[in-house]
Design a protein around this ligand. Structure first.
Ligand code: NDP
Length: 397
C-alpha cells in the first residue's frame, strides 16, 4: 500500500483523487495539495461522500521548491502526481529529485511568457533522475498519454513498421454555454491559437493556426465532424520512438461557434500573453479572460454527449499494408455520475491514476525520464478497460 501526493486541485486533479480513492489496494494514502486549500477540502469532502475514504489536504505553492520539499518530506509519498499547470513541472521535478520521490505529470513544461511547449526542458532531467534511481513519467493523460500507449500497442501487436499516424480528438459534447473551454482556459487557448505543425519525411512542417481541416466520420453515432490540424506535444516523442514513421499529425474538432468566439477574442487582443498597463496595473489579457470564463469544473453537470479520441494508423505487417483505428468513447454524463466531472477531465484523470498505478506496482519503473510509449503498453491497456476508459480496435482494410 503506497502513498501518493497529488498536486493541483483543478478539474483533472479532482478526477485523479476520485479514481485513486477507488483503488485502495494500490493507493493506500492520498494527499491533495494545491495553492488554494479550500478547493482541496471540497474535493476531499466529495470523495468521502462517494467512496468513504479520507483524503489529506494541504496548501502549497508548487512554484516554491523549498515549500514543496517541506511538504513532500512531511507526508513521505512514494509518488508525486502533478496535475497543476505546465508552468510548475520543472519546480516539482526539482523537489522530487531533492526528496528522492518518483514523478508523474500529464502535460509538458511550458514557460509562462512564451506559448511554446517542448520536451527539451524535461528530457534534460534524464541523467539526474537516472543517477538518483528515480522514475519520471511524462504526459500520462489522454493526449498525450493514452494516444502514446495506443501507438505503442499498435507497434507491439499489429505492425512491423508504422508509416502514418493521425491522432484524432473529438469532443462531441455540448455544455450549452456561449463560450467555455473544457480544461484550463489559458492552457487551452494558448494551444489552439498556436501554429500547427506535423511531421513528414524526417522534418516538421508548420501551418498557420487552424488553417488545415478534414472531415472524419466518428463511430458510435457521433458521425462526421470537421477536424483541424494542430501541433500537440505527443508528436515530439512519438516521431522518435515509432519505428518507420513517415508522417504524424494531430487533429481536433471545434464547433463553428467556438471558433467564431475565439477569432473575436484574438482580434481584440484578449488572448495576448504579454502584460499590458491598465489603470496603473499590469494585466495579462489571457489571464483576465480566464477569470471571466466559466470554470471548467462548473461544466460537469451541464455537459451532454460524448468524446472520441483515437489513433488512425497505417503501416506494414508481414509485408502487407494495413490500416488500424483504435479509440475510446467517453460519455460526459456517465463521467459526471461517477466522479462529478465532465469527460475531458475524466479522460485525463483516469490515465494519470493508471500511470501512477503502473509505477507504484513496479510494472513501469525504470530510472530516468520517460514518455508513455517507452513502457510495455499491455498492462496499461488492460487497466483502461477496467477503470472506465474501454477501447475499441478495428482494421479498416
Ligand atoms: P485547472 O486550471 O482546472 O487546475 C489546475 C490547478 O492547479 C488549479 O486548481 C490550481 O490551483 C493549481 N495550481 C496552479 N498553479 C499552482 C501552483 N503554483 N501551486 C499549486 N497549485 C497550482 O486545470 P486542469 O485540471 O484542467 O488541468 C490540469 C493539468 O492537466 C494541466 O497541466 C493541463 O494542461 C493538463 N491536461 C492534460 C490533458 C491530457 O490529455 N494530457 C488534457 C487536459 C488537461 P488553485 O486552484 O489551488 O489556485
Amino acid at each position: 500500500m503506497k502513498k501518493v501526493l497529488i498536486i493541483g486541485a483543478g478539474g483533472v486533479g479532482s478526477v485523479v483523487v476520485h479514481k485513486c480513492a477507488q483503488v485502495p489496494e494500490v493507493y493506500g494514502e492520498i494527499m491533495l495539495a494545491s495553492r488554494t486549500k479550500s478547493r482541496c477540502d471540497a474535493i476531499a469532502a466529495q470523495v468521502k461522500e462517494l467512496t468513504g475514504r479520507e483524503i489529506k489536504t494541504a496548501a502549497v505553492d508548487a512554484d516554491n521548491v523549498p515549500e514543496l520539499v517541506q511538504l513532500i518530506k512531511s507526508f513521505g509519498p512514494d509518488l508525486v502526481l502533478n496535475v497543476a499547470l505546465p508552468y510548475q513541472d520543472l519546480h516539482i521535478m526539482d523537489a522530487c529529485l531533492e526528496t528522492g520521490v518518483d514523478y508523474l505529470d500529464t502535460a509538458n513544461y511550458e514557460p509562462l511568457d512564451e506559448a511554446k511547449f517542448e520536451y527539451k526542458w524535461q528530457w534534460a532531467y534524464q541523467e539526474r533522475f537516472k543517477e538518483k534511481g528515480l522514475t519520471a513519467l511524462l504526459g500520462s493523460g489522454f493526449d498525450p498519454g493514452v494516444t502514446n500507449v495506443f501507438s505503442a500497442y499498435a507497434m507491439k501487436h499489429h505492425f512491423d513498421e508504422i508509416h502514418q499516424l493521425d491522432i484524432i480528438d473529438c469532443n462531441a459534447g455540448d455544455h450549452g454555454q456561449p463560450f467555455a473551454t473544457n480544461f484550463n482556459p489559458e492552457i487551452n487557448i494558448r494551444e489552439v491559437t498556436a501554429k500547427g505543425r506535423y511531421w513528414e519525411r524526417g522534418e516538421w512542417v508548420e501551418t498557420d493556426p487552424l488553417s488545415w481541416s478534414m472531415n472524419f466520420d466518428f463511430p458510435d453515432g457521433i458521425g462526421k465532424k470537421k477536424c483541424f490540424l494542430m501541433y500537440h506535444e505527443e508528436l515530439e516523442s512519438l516521431v522518435q520512438n515509432l519505428k518507420g514513421i513517415k508522417r504524424a499529425r494531430f487533429w481536433m474538432t471545434f464547433s463553428d461557434n467556438y471558433l467564431n468566439h475565439l477569432k473575436v477574442l484574438e482580434n481584440i487582443g484578449m488572448t495576448r500573453i504579454d502584460e499590458v498597463d491598465f489603470q496603473g496595473q499590469k494585466v495579462v489579457p489571457i489571464q483576465f479572460l480566464k477569470a471571466l470564463l466559466p470554470d471548467p469544473a462548473s461544466l460537469g453537470p451541464l455537459t451532454k454527449g460524448k468524446t472520441c479520441i483515437g489513433c488512425l494508423i497505417k503501416g506494414v505487417k508481414d509485408g502487407r499494408e494495413r490500416t488500424y483505428y483504435v479509440y475510446n468513447i467517453c460519455d460526459h454524463e456517465e463521467a459526471y455520475a461517477e466522479v462529478r466531472s465532465q469527460a475531458i477531465s475524466y479522460t485525463t484523470g483516469v490515465p494519470a491514476m493508471i500511470g501512477g498505478m503502473m509505477m507504484l506496482t513496479g510494472q513501469w519503473k525504470k530510472p530516468g525520464v520517460w514518455n508513455m510509449e517507452q513502457f510495455d503498453p499491455d498492462p496499461f491497456m488492460a487497466a483502461l478497460n477496467k477503470h472506465g476508459l474501454p477501447w475499441v480496435e478495428t482494421f479498416l482494410d
